[in-house]
Design a protein around this ligand. Sequence first.
Ligand code: C2G
Length: 145
Amino acid sequence: MTLVVTYGTFDLLHVGHVNLLRRARSLGDRLVVGLSSDSFNALKQKQSTQSYADREVVLRAIRYVDDVFPEDTWEQKADDIRRLGADLLVMGSDWSGHFDALSAVCQVRYLPRTADISSSSLKSLIRQSSAAPPSQLGVVAGMRG
Ligand code: C2G
């Protein structure tokens, strides 16, 4: 049984997140996600639209995700990996090299990021569309070509 672990904020869950979760799950038999807590996001200077509780509900509804636990610090990964008995840590390529030191406790793989989509770009689109007059509203086409 191969256990895969990944970490993230997963705010405004989008196709990029789902692609990462699907690929991570396909590399093992079980996928467990370390979900950034609201206090950890503050530490990361990351403004999350959804609370930890809501992001956890959404993540647990994704069929690729078998379990979720809180991520509160940068340093907890090695202990998490030992505690879970994880075989593989998967992260998106924007983290390439950042967690190589963890190869002491499990395999580490970076998967290609999905282009042209992020929670922050979604947020700015929502802000733009809420500022736009109704006549200009409609499917935010062209965002992903
Ligand atoms: N991701 C992706 N493609 C995108 C956007 C995100 O593959 N277009 C991946 C990221 O590379 C990451 C995961 O989805 O592996 C979650 O992304 P974020 O929610 O942005 O996570 P982040 O805030 O980077 O937190 O300790 C590590 C941190 O918790 C990572």
